[in-house]
Design a binder for this molecule. Structure first.
Ligand SMILES: NC(=O)c1ccc[n+]([C@@H]2O[C@H](COP(=O)([O-])OP(=O)(O)OC[C@H]3O[C@@H](n4cnc5c(N)ncnc54)[C@H](OP(=O)(O)O)[C@@H]3O)[C@@H](O)[C@H]2O)c1
Length: 254
């Protein structure tokens, strides 16, 4: 029996088991199990792994994506760059961390960037990244890798990010890709949305919401009303699960 699972503090609403069931079926793993492990403290991870010698891989969620890093034996280059891990490979007593939000966001953003580039001719697309947490760092990593200039919008003046009140028509006129990495609008607070001058959006804007529950967020609805192309985080969610599977079984060389 091969076991996989998820660590986090409160996992009642996790969709991970339903994401991995079809992957296990496709790979012919009839005896694989996926378990939700609620940990009070991330320091309990070594005891958890010792108690489950059949564990091959783990996913990591809130609030342990950064806190787990010092407990690991190694990191992928991407996980090291963003300082956060959401997938751990357990192999011959070594625990190796990777950040598959990066793989997930690459898959999600790619068609939008192709569209924006086609519309913009020689003008390279620019982006706004709303929020500065863990997912924002993965998004920033991918945008940097793809050569897309962007600004992060944050409630904090630290790091030189844009403040929300600075996002006006002029900023939206320049940034035609807008990525929501805040939890605003996520169930159960579905009547919340990032504060933006939505009336300045056009049919040349692309709005990506990393939120996938609900599948149609208020951010997306407001963008759609203004004519923008909108998409939720489901493609990213599925792509990051596939990337976790690859990390557990077929890690990149080097
Ligand atoms: N689709 C996927 O596969 C996928 C993957 C990862 C995450 N997500 C989703 O992305 C969202 C963020 O996840 P995360 O792990 O990055 O969370 P996180 O580390 O808590 O970061 C969220 C950031 O959003 C900003 N924020 C939070 N509350 C806000 C508010 N009331 N008003 C304005 N800004 C606020 C904060 O940035 P500032 O402190 O700078 O203001 C915060 O750092 C969640 O909804 C999560 O479900 C989806």
């Amino acid at each position: 029996m091969e076991r996989y699972g998820l660590i986090g503090r409160s996992l009642g609403h996790s969709r991970s088991p339903e994401l991995f069931a079809p992957i296990f079926a496709r790979e012919g793993l009839t005896r694989a199990g996926y378990t939700l492990f609620e940990l009070e403290r991330v320091e309990d991870l070594p005891a958890l792994i010792a108690a489950h010698p059949d564990l091959r891989g783990l996913n990591v969620t809130i609030p342990y994506k950064q806190a787990v890093v010092p407990l690991l034996h190694g990191l992928s280059a991407e996980a090291a760059a963003v300082g956060a891990v959401n997938s751990i490979r357990i192999q011959e007593g070594r625990w190796l961390g990777h950040n598959t939000d990066i793989d997930g966001f690459r898959a999600l953003v790619d068609p939008h960037l192709r569209d924006l580039s086609a519309q913009g001719g020689a003008v390279r697309p620019r982006a706004l990244v709303l929020g500065s947490g863990g997912a924002s760092r993965a998004v920033a990593y991918v945008l940097r890798e793809l050569g897309v200039r962007f600004r992060v919008v944050s409630r904090s003046r630290e790091r030189g990010d844009l403040l929300w009140e600075q996002v006006d028509r002029t900023v939206l006129g320049v940034c035609r890709l807008i990525v929501n990495t805040t939890p605003l609008g996520m169930w159960p607070r579905v009547d919340e949305a990032p504060t933006l001058p939505y009336e300045a959006l056009t049919d040349r804007h692309h709005l990506i919401d990393l939120v996938y529950n609900p599948e149609d967020t208020l951010f997306m609805q407001r963008g759609r009303m203004a004519g923008a192309t909108v998409e939720n985080g489901l493609v990213m969610l599925r792509a990051q699960a596939e990337a976790a599977w690859r990390w557990w079984h077929d890690p990149p060389a080097g």
